[in-house]
Design a protein around this ligand. Structure first.
Ligand code: G3I
Length: 369
């Protein structure tokens, strides 16, 4: 791999200084980027390239933090801005960890995507175990949305330019049952956008969901929901296409992704690739539970597919993965027998997907925006 050879050559040249291509010690020589860092390539296309960042390893420093800052000009807090960490109780907020993640982004000139204000998961017990009236739950939600958005606008002005306001409100082709849907009713979606807009009128507000990157029944259902919001005058600016996909069955074709992006462009909306990862079934084709070279090449093609679609679309300027190293990934916990979903391996060696992404970001002629 190119990174390994660069490291090897450096090791030979540096001789007695000592050098190690793996490990996670913060004392080790900081690894060089194998190409121009992705963030430099993306900047030339006026695109942000980012990854979900987990607070623990990020705040520990070390290789996780240094590679994240080196390669990306954007991050999305993976869990730290969800309700459970932010809301220890009904009448308190705890921004301590999330603030440190945003401060890291500020120090490293990275854009932060706020994730997420309204979701059916990672909700605290005090919220889910109580039988709220509609009015009281609306007050709780309004307070949450406005307090969180205000906090970041005031504490780190302009650092969070985009929010995933509502996450995964569609299941199949219908509204997903949730505490919000059941107690407030379907209008909770429009209300959340309105409250976020009142808190920060400059922020770009997104609906974010999975399984909607291409064309499908769910993709159509989300499109209908979003078009309805636009027609009602709800302050929505874009749609986040999560893209948690597999090497097999394959993800949507580039043409389907482009067509889907275009229909949002026709509505006057931005799109973003918000959570791309390409998980690989292990222990089948690979050796010793490791992905085979065919799987890695397939994965690389799929990363490039999403990047090409985004860079080429006039309304896509935000391309993010759900993590960046197989050392820290939600996949093995969530999908037994799957892993190796990201562009760096567990020792921070870039995989073929990294090179494919670098090519897609470096060579595309799209104009972004
Ligand atoms: O914080 C506890 C820790 O105290 C405990 O020791 C540990 C034991 O398993 O669990 C920790 O909580 C976990 C949390 O991540 C923090 O690591 C939860 O069990 C685990 O369920 C949670 O998973 C997160 C998941 O959202 C929750 O639904 C994943 O990390 C996160 O990657 C994932 O992210 C979502 C996006 O927000 C929305 N789109 C889909 C995406 C993948 O599901």
């Amino acid at each position: 791999m190119r990174y390994a050879s660069v490291t090897l050559v450096l090791c030979v040249l540096l001789g007695l200084l000592g050098c190690d291509s793996g490990g996670s010690s913060s004392e080790m020589t900081e690894p060089e980027s194998p190409t121009d860092p992705l963030r430099d390539l993306a900047s030339q296309q006026s695109v942000r390239v980012g990854a979900a960042a987990r607070a623990g390893p990020l705040l520990d420093g070390g290789q996780y933090a240094s590679v994240l800052a080196r390669e990306f000009n954007a991050l999305t807090p993976e869990n730290t801005m969800k309700w459970t960490p932010l809301r220890p109780s009904a009448d308190s907020f705890d921004f301590s960890v999330a603030d440190q993640v945003v401060a890291f982004a500020e120090e490293n000139d990275m854009d932060v995507r706020g994730h997420t204000l309204v979701w059916h998961r990672q909700l605290p017990n005090w919220l889910t175990s109580h039988d709220w009236s509609r009015d009281s739950l609306m007050t709780i939600l309004e307070t949450h949305v406005k307090t969180v958005v205000n906090h970041y606008e005031e504490t780190y002005p302009n650092r969070i330019a985009r929010w995933d306001v509502v996450n995964e409100a569609i299941s199949g082709t219908s509204r997903r049952p949730s505490i919000w849907q059941e107690t407030i009713g379907p209008e909770y979606v429009a209300l959340a956008f309105q409250w976020a807009h009142e808190a920060d009128s400059d922020a770009k507000l997104y609906y974010n969901d999975y399984g909607i990157a291409g064309t499908s029944d769910k993709s159509d259902a989300v499109y209908d929901l979003v078009r309805g919001l636009v027609e009602e005058g709800v302050p929505i600016d874009g749609v986040g296409l999560q893209a948690h996909v597999l090497t097999y069955p394959p993800p949507p074709t580039e043409e389907a992704i482009v067509r889907n992006m275009q229909r949002y462009e026709d509505l006057g909306l931005d799109v973003a690739i918000t959570e791309l990862d390409v998980r690989v079934p292990l222990n089948t084709d690979g050796e010793d539970g490791r992905p085979s070279s065919e799987q890695l090449d397939q994965q690389a093609d799929y990363y490039a597919r999403f990047a090409n679609a985004c860079v080429g679309a006039p309304n896509c300027s935000d391309f993010r993965m759900w993590g960046f190293t197989d050392a820290v990934s939600w996949i093995p916990n969530a999908y037994d027998g799957y892993g190796a979903a990201l562009i760096f391996d567990e020792t921070y060696e870039p995989k073929p997907a990294y090179d494919a992404l670098a090519r897609a970001l470096g060579e595309s002629s799209g104009d972004g925006n």
